[in-house]
Design a protein around this ligand. Structure first.
Ligand code: NOJ
Length: 547
């Protein structure tokens, strides 16, 4: 039996926004439990939950103040355990987000560290007499002055998210205890937040400036020497528990660096932002990134495939091209080589939200951008535009379950605005509608489940011609051709170049029927999946011996 995660499709649940079960306007475990049957029907195999631990929620849980409990807003430990049980009952595995790089400034460890220069926990965090030029990823200096001790502490994100000093063995020990605790609670693995940040350069040299990108180049505050032994230790520790899975968030687009984080004795997979966070849609660029990743990775490595998350714009909004293109992207994600991560709501085509009212903005990154804009004399409109650009609220609005009040998410107004135009794109409307995005996802997931080559087959002949991307998945049982016509024009494809025998249409995003003959027309913005054998809907193809 191969590793379960290699065959799995994950679904990311942004905790506050999936389903409110207790009527307080915020998602929770009771809500998720109530929707497990929906997730089973969708056909996913694993869930990734964003942080649910007690937290002041400056960064919605990525600022943990207690690693051993459940935030009361999300439920109790008992709720968590019933959730795990119910998910497992349905063969759904659960990986949980773990923030090892930093804690909330309210965590007792930091309170102790801050209490005096001589406190034994002083060295659990990074304190310096003088700051350097390192910038926080949310904007502004990464150093915060502490008047009482006349020193600065380091925070790669908000000042309330204080970086731990992983050079201190006690920190490592404490975090391994945390991992043990959750593994013993039955989680199936972790999504490790900003895992390439655990080590900073001991020299504390200033970061250089990247003139091309017009921003700081984070040369000395991530991906530092010494990180890989730590990664291996974490992997070794977690993998002592049979069948546990590790996915790391590694915000390095440089494939030479990225590829060092996963594989044997390392993380199982990492998020490939080079593919996942492509800005505007460009079929050639997308293709190039797929090829580059495939070439950079060795045999033991598999990429992840995702195009939306709680940190970025949803691909349907970012890429343009509406539902048609979104279906192409979904097909790519669920049939190419990689471990797919669907972001909640993408399966119904939820769109980004942009606010014209800064008082409605919740995301710390957007709010800080606004503040910095105003401080540097931008007008309110300019600062708001920058804030909207930076804000991750855009993809964090409540899951739209129905057109009922509060989109069926909650009985009261949720913690974040429901966009006025959100109501029409909802789960209820799309159930059992053959053309809907939801049905498309379900069909794709079902197809994937029933075809071994799509999960673990050889990945071959990845090509692009005039914005038509195609690839073959093949194993000892079957050969499947996936064709994605990203162009605005119909194209014809000679299937005889791929198949020596009958061809069967497994799926078309435009529900095209296959005609007889070797030339298949792929409509503009159509995704098509073809298979090499006969069957009920098959069309007899001329036997072709030139393969
Ligand atoms: C990455 C998380 O995905 C993001 O939401 C968070 O703000 C930062 N790490 C800091 O923890």
């Amino acid at each position: 039996m191969g590793k379960w995660w290699k065959q799995s499709v994950f679904y990311e649940i942004y905790m506050p926004s999936f389903k409110d079960g207790n009527g307080d306007g915020m998602g929770d475990f009771a809500g998720i439990i109530a929707k497990l049957d929906y997730l089973t029907a969708l056909g996913i195999d694993g869930l990734w939950l964003t942080p649910f631990y007690p937290s002041p929620k400056i960064d919605n849980g990525y600022d943990i103040s207690d690693y051993y409990n459940i935030d009361p807003g999300y439920g109790t430990m008992k709720d968590f355990q019933s959730f795990i049980q119910e998910a497992h009952k349905r063969d759904i595995r659960v990986i949980v987000d773990l923030v090892l790089n930093h804690t909330s400034s309210e965590h007792q460890w930091f309170q102790d560290s801050k209490s005096s220069k001589n406190h034994p926990k002083r060295d659990w965090y990074i304190w310096r007499d003088e700051p350097n030029n390192w910038e926080s990823f949310f904007g502004g200096s990464a150093w915060e002055y502490d008047k009482a001790s006349d020193q600065y502490y380091y925070h790669a994100f908000a000042k309330e998210q204080v970086d731990l000093n992983w050079a201190n063995p006690q920190v490592k020990k404490a975090m391994f205890e945390v991992m043990k605790f959750w593994l013993e609670k039955g989680v199936d693995g972790f999504r490790l937040d900003v895992i390439n940040f655990l080590k900073v350069n001991d020299s504390y040299k200033d970061n250089p400036y990247d003139a091309e990108k017009n921003e700081q180049n984070h040369l000395f505050d991530k991906d530092q020497e010494g990180i890989f032994p730590i990664i291996s230790e974490i992997a070794e520790f977690v993998h002592q528990y049979p069948d546990k899975f590790l996915v790391g968030e590694v915000g390095s687009e440089d494939l030479d660096i990225l590829k060092q984080y996963s594989g044997n004795n390392k993380l199982d997979v990492v998020f490939n932002f080079n593919i996942g966070s492509l800005g505007e849609f460009d079929a050639d660029k997308l293709f190039q990134q797929l090829v580059d990743t495939d070439q950079a990775y060795d045999h033991a490595q598999i990429p992840t495939l995702f195009f939306s998350s709680h940190d970025m714009s949803r691909h349907i909004s970012r890429f343009g091209g509406g539902e048609e293109r979104a279906k192409l992207v979904a097909t790519l994600m669920l049939t190419a080589k990689g471990v797919p991560f669907i972001y909640y709501g993408d399966e119904i085509g939820m769109k980004d939200w942009i606010t014209d009212d800064i008082t409605k903005m919740k995301d710390v990154q957007g709010l800080l951008a606004y503040e910095l804009g105003i401080q540097s004399n931008q007008s309110h409109e300019q600062a708001l535009a920058v804030a909207n650009d930076k804000s991750r609220d855009k993809s964090r609005t409540p899951m739209v379950w129905s057109s009922h009040p509060n989109v069926g998410f909650s009985t009261i107004l949720p913690w974040i605005t429901i966009p006025t135009n959100a109501y029409k794109i909802n789960v209820e409307n799309q159930q059992n509608i053959p053309d809907s995005m939801l049905s498309f996802y379900k069909n794709l997931l079902k197809l994937r489940k029933g075809h071994s080559s799509l999960k673990s087959g050889h990945y071959d002949l990845l090509r692009i011609e005039g914005e038509m991307l195609y690839f073959v998945r093949k194993d000892s049982i079957e050969k499947i051709l996936v064709v994605l016509n990203f162009s605005e024009h119909p194209k014809s494809l000679d299937v005889a170049a791929f198949f020596a025998s009958d061809v069967k249409m497994l799926l078309s995003s435009k529900r095209t029927k296959l005609e007889s003959g070797n030339l298949v027309t792929i409509l503009a913005n159509e995704a098509m999946i073809l298979k090499d054998d006969g069957g009920d809907d098959s069309v007899k193809k001329r036997l072709c011996s030139n393969l």
